[in-house]
Each structure stands twice: as structure tokens, then as C-alpha cells.
Design a protein around this ligand. Structure first.
Ligand SMILES: *[C@@H]1O[C@H](CO)[C@@H](O)[C@H](O)[C@H]1NC(C)=O
Length: 584
């Protein structure tokens, strides 16, 4: 996935404060969940002890009922050495086919670097013969893979499983720093090494392995399963998921034809002594602003008071002196996540727990909570619209006045805001300086001060590459419409417990997460209201510790065999649960 930073880590404890004398707890009624109608499964959801919008209600573990026998057969299979070896071989083989993509590659057919996906497809068809025999395959824009496993019951909405084939390039100069060569796929008995072993070939191979196994066991779906593998997710996804999204809208329609989508994203980790799984249900928006100043050139020996470069510098200082206002909305996903931490974090200090709980209905508590949470940069970045001047350019010669200078300011837009609001904010921010420096001002197509005397120069703001992106629609996590989220949650709980032989449903709490970056799902918004960016991969326990924090290899962590088996268990449970669910 491009740009991780999914979640804040453990948050700092609040500064000591005098306890409030009267804590008034308004009972607004318990959160009511629409019970899932599920063949043979009685939804006995644990009702939230918190209130309304702010609770972190948990569903029970959800295991396949109709296919209980098949599920337990596959569970037994996962415990065998033969299966483990096979699974390791599948992933190792995939890592050994380099599928690097680079930024700003010309389209498919015009750049030979795309051709690396040919051998990757050959590998997949050899490794997964049953999938290729049983499912229909459409190649979209040559290298996008779109599989369909047609279900027996066409009245059921299909599900979409997504992953990407490409990996981040390996700098040749860093080859020597790798513990094992980046495309070796070396298995050391615990970890499978190499670029993409985790991001995202583990997701792709996890899905393919699950399908191959289900077919091998004679499973035939009632509900159609669609699989989409993009091939340039690490470079904006336009060629791969962009084309796949268009093809799927054409085939399945634009009115949310899928019951849900699961793509790469958040996993599970330890926070405040509790394991939280955090499927990302939201994504921030995006805008690159090109800020350009022009003025008459001339000889440097007779300069004006401010050159274009000097003015541009003033504009950037103005930006940095005025960061976007940060506000923690109770309706936001980061707030919902914090509520979950507060409600379920075993080792969270009581004072912080109380503050979180209280913030649900007290403005002053909410402001205090903001003070605590905003101490952490990651959390601030998750909540607010960010700005960063990332490119600057101007001037050509030491004795010539620069006629033009520009900078690029990158924004990640808060889920509570929009592209339009961000443009309006920047427009207003710089208007005063445009007047002060006697510049005619055009911002995002809007022309200011058309009449009046001629200006000294111009100031222009525009969407730098036309790549602005609204914040993603938030997938429902509460109430009606959230059935897919409930199903996913129950699946996560069942998988986690089964993989560790824990009492059903214990050991893990599901909380909504979000990312500051985007996945291929940016092209899939019209395909489903329930989009989850989630890999069932964790960074807890001794066994998996390396896979999460090992950053020697450019932060692209190695995948453990055990994690891979758990990913397969997750997709198996998810597919079987979805197949028999009546609620989605
Ligand atoms: C703005 O610049 C123009 C062109 O140099 C000049 O004619 C005009 O007087 C300036 N206006 C002000 C307010 O300085």
C-alpha cells in the first residue's frame, strides 16, 4: 500500500488535571444493532455500554454454519506440514518474480517496464491451476487480473476481494543491505523474505491460496466471488485499478453492486494491552496546489523591492503560519477508534479512559481530549487537513530577475472536509498577499480583480496535476447498512481465536481504522458502500514480532509462514461466512 501510517500508536497519558466534581452521564439509550440474519447463526451481539454514536459495540465471533464441516477440514489442513510448505512455496515463488513499478510510467504498451507482469501471470497460472480452470479470467488493460467465480444464486450480491501485483522498486544500491536478496523469496524456517512478501503479495497469494484450497475441497459458491488484482498501486493505481474499476462498473453496474470489498490495509496490533483489529473504513482526500508567481523580468542591478522568489517565500511562510484548524469530530473515524481504545484498552490509564468516555457528551472534555491526542503527530495527521510545501522552483541566472517562480503544496484532506473546501481555504489564505504585492489573482479558475489598474504581476493557484481526490465515502460501521462490517468483525474474531485455539471470540477487539494514504479502492467507490482495507496480519506475539517491526529491508517487512496461514484462514472464513449470510 502506498504510505502506511495507519494508526497512532499508544497515545500519551493526559496531563494531571483536577477531577471533575460532577460527572453527569446522560442515558441516551443503548446502541441498537440490526441483528444479522444468518443461516443458523443467532446474532447475540454484545450491546454497547457506551452511548449513541460513541460506543464500541462488539459482535460475537462468526464461524460458518452451513459449511462448518468444510471449515473444520480446511482448519485441519492448515495445521499440516504439507500445507504449510505448499503455502510458503506459493508466496516465495511470487516474490521471486520481480514486479517493480515506478512513478509516472507511460501507459501500458508504451513502456517495456510493464512487461514484468507477463512472467508473473505465467507463475500464477502454474501455481494455481484449479483457480484458472474454475474461474473466468479477464485481463483488463493487459495486466489487470479480474477473476469471477460465478455463484449458483444470482440474487445474492457478489463480493469483491482485491490486492495488487506490483511492488515498490528496490534501489540497486541497497541490495547489499538486505538480509536476504530482495527477490530471493528465501524461507528461513519462519519468515519468507523479499520485496512484496508482505505488501502486497501476501494478500494476493492469500486470496489465490484460499480459492485453490476451496476448489480442491469441492466448494461451490452460492454467492459470486470477484477478484481484482491491480498492477500499479504503488504508483497511483490508474493503469491497474483505474481500468479494473471501469471494467467492473461496466459489468456489474455503478450502484454499489458488491456486498463488500476487502483490499489491503490495516491489520491487528497491540494497543494498551489489548489486541485491536482495525479495518480501515475511511481514507483522506488529496490535493496538490501549484502556487505560481510571475512578474516583469529585467536586470538584477535595478531590482524591485520583491522578486517573484521573495513573494513566493512570503506566500509559503503564510501557509506555514496558518496550519489547518484541527478539530476532533465525534462523527469521525479517529474518534470512534479512540472510543474503542478507551472502552477496551486493558492498560489504558483510568484517567484517560474517563476523559474519553466523558468526551462523548461534554464539550470541555472533548477539548481536553483533543489536547491529549493532538500531542501525537500521527494522530493530528489522521484528523486534520495537512499541508506540506514539497517542490519549489524559480530563477535561471544570477543577474536576471526571475519572471516566474512556483511551489507545490501537498494537502491530505480531512475526512470531515472536501477538495472544494480546501481550495476555498487556500484561496482566501493568499488573497491578502496578492493585493499587498499588487498581483492579479486567479485561484482554481476563479479570476479576482479583473477590472481596475494593471497589476505588477500575477498569482495563480491551480490543481497541479489534476489529481485531486475527495475523502473516500465512509463505510458504515453502525446501525442499518453496517451488516457487512458486522460480518467482517465476526470473521476477524473467529479467525483470530481459531488460529490460536482461544475461546471463541476472545482475544481481539475490532475497531474502525483509517489511513492517511490511499489504496486501489479509490477507484472502487461506486462498487460498494462497504469498503474495508484490511489484511488479517498482526504485529503481536513473539512469532510475528519480526514481521511487523523489522525495518532493515527498507521497512518492507518479511511475512511469516504462520501469518500467511492465518491470512488463508481469514479469507476462507470470510468467503464461507459471506456465502451463507442473508444480511448482506
Ligand atoms: C501595480 O502595478 C502596476 C504595474 O506596475 C502599476 O501601474 C500600479 O500603479 C501598481 N498599483 C499599486 C497600487 O501599486
Amino acid at each position: 500500500m502506498n504510505e502506511k501510517a495507519i494508526l497512532p500508536g499508544s497515545l500519551p497519558a493526559p496531563r494531571p488535571q483536577s477531577p471533575r466534581k460532577h460527572i453527569i452521564f446522560f442515558a441516551l439509550g443503548l446502541v441498537g444493532f440490526a441483528a444479522l440474519t444468518h443461516c443458523g447463526w443467532h446474532a447475540s451481539m454484545v450491546e454497547s455500554t457506551l452511548l449513541g454514536e460513541s460506543g464500541c459495540a462488539q459482535v460475537d465471533a462468526l464461524s460458518p454454519q452451513r459449511d462448518a464441516k468444510l471449515s473444520s477440514t480446511i482448519s485441519d489442513l492448515l495445521a499440516t506440514k504439507e500445507f504449510k510448505d505448499t503455502a510458503v512455496g506459493w508466496l516465495s515463488g511470487a516474490v521471486q518474480v520481480p514486479t517493480e513499478v515506478y512513478d509516472a510510467m507511460p501507459e501500458v504498451g508504451q513502456d517495456p517496464r510493464w512487461e514484468v507482469f507477463g512472467p508473473f501471470h505465467d507463475y500464477l497460472s502454474k501455481a494455481f491451476p484449479l483457480v484458472h480452470k474454475t474461474l473466468s479470467l479477464t485481463k483488463v488493460n493487459t495486466y489487470g487480473l479480474l477473476f469471477e467465480w460465478t455463484g449458483a444464486d444470482s440474487s445474492l450480491k457478489p463480493i469483491l476481494l482485491a490486492a495488487h501485483q506490483d511492488v515498490v522498486p528496490v534501489e540497486p544500491t541497497t541490495y547489499a543491505d538486505w538480509t536476504h536478496p530482495p527477490f530471493s523469496g528465501y524461507f528461513d524456517g519462519e519468515l519468507i523474505w523479499g520485496r512484496g512478501s508482505s505488501d502486497d503479495k501476501s494478500g494476493l497469494i492469500g486470496i489465490m491460496s484460499t480459492l485453490e484450497t476451496l476448489i480442491g475441497q469441492g466448494f461451490k459458491p452460492a454467492r459470486t466471488i470477484v477478484v481484482a488484482f491491480g498492477f500499479d498501486e504503488e504508483a497511483s493505481g490508474l493503469q491497474g485499478a483505474g481500468a479494473l474499476g471501469a471494467a467492473m462498473r461496466q459489468t456489474y453496474g455503478e450502484n454499489h453492486p458488491f456486498a463488500f470489498i476487502v483490499d489491503e490495509g490495516g491489520g491487528f496490533s497491540d494497543n494498551y494491552g489489548t489486541v485491536f483489529a482495525t479495518p480501515a473504513v475511511a481514507e483522506k482526500g488529496y490535493l496538490d496546489v501549484h502556487v505560481e508567481v510571475t512578474s516583469p523580468g529585467g536586470h538584477s542591478s535595478v531590482p524591485p523591492e520583491h522578486t517573484t522568489i521573495g513573494i513566493l517565500a512570503k506566500l509559503l511562510v503564510k501557509y506555514e503560519k496558518n496550519p489547518y484548524k484541527l478539530e476532533l469530530s465525534r462523527k469521525s473515524i479517529p474518534y470512534a477508534l479512540v472510543q474503542c481504545h478507551g472502552e477496551h484498552g486493558a492498560t489504558m490509564p483510568e484517567r484517560l479512559k474517563r476523559l474519553i468516555k466523558h468526551s462523548a457528551h461534554s464539550e470541555s472534555a472533548l477539548r481536553k481530549l483533543e489536547n491529549v491526542l493532538f500531542e501525537e503527530k500521527t494522530f493530528r495527521a489522521l484528523v486534520g487537513t495537512t499541508q506540506a510545501a514539497d517542490i519549489i522552483h524559480g530563477g535561471v541566472k544570477s543577474n536576471a530577475l526571475p519572471e516566474q517562480a512556483y511551489a507545490l503544496v501537498n494537502h491530505r484532506i480531512s475526512t470531515e472536509s472536501s477538495v472544494e473546501e480546501t481550495m476555498a481555504h487556500d484561496t482566501a489564505l493568499l488573497q491578502g498577499l496578492a493585493e499587498q504585492f499588487n498581483l492579479s489573482y486567479t485561484a482554481f479558475g476563479k479570476v479576482f480583480s479583473e477590472e481596475g489598474p494593471p497589476a505588477f504581476g500575477t498569482l495563480t493557484l491551480k490543481d497541479a496535476y489534476g489529481t485531486s481526490l475527495e475523502p473516500a465515502p465512509v463505510s458504515p460501521i453502525r446501525g442499518s447498512g453496517s451488516e457487512a462490517y458486522q460480518l467482517l468483525s465476526g470473521t476477524i474474531k473467529a479467525t483470530f481465536a481459531a488460529h490460536r485455539s482461544l475461546k471463541d471470540g476472545s482475544g481481539i477487539v475490532v475497531a474502525p481504522g483509517m489511513s492517511t494514504g490511499n489504496t486501489d479502492t479509490r477507484y472502487y467507490w461506486k462498487l460498494s458502500r462497504s469498503i474495508f482495507r484490511y489484511n488479517h496480519k498482526g504485529t503481536i506475539g513473539l512469532k510475528n514480532r519480526l514481521s511487523g517491526v523489522h525495518t532493515v529491508n527498507e521497512g518492507k517487512s518479511a511475512m511469516s509462514a504462520d501469518s500467511l496461514l492465518e491470512v488463508i484462514r481469514f479469507f476462507t472464513t470470510l468467503i464461507l461466512n459471506a456465502d451463507e449470510a442473508m444480511s448482506i
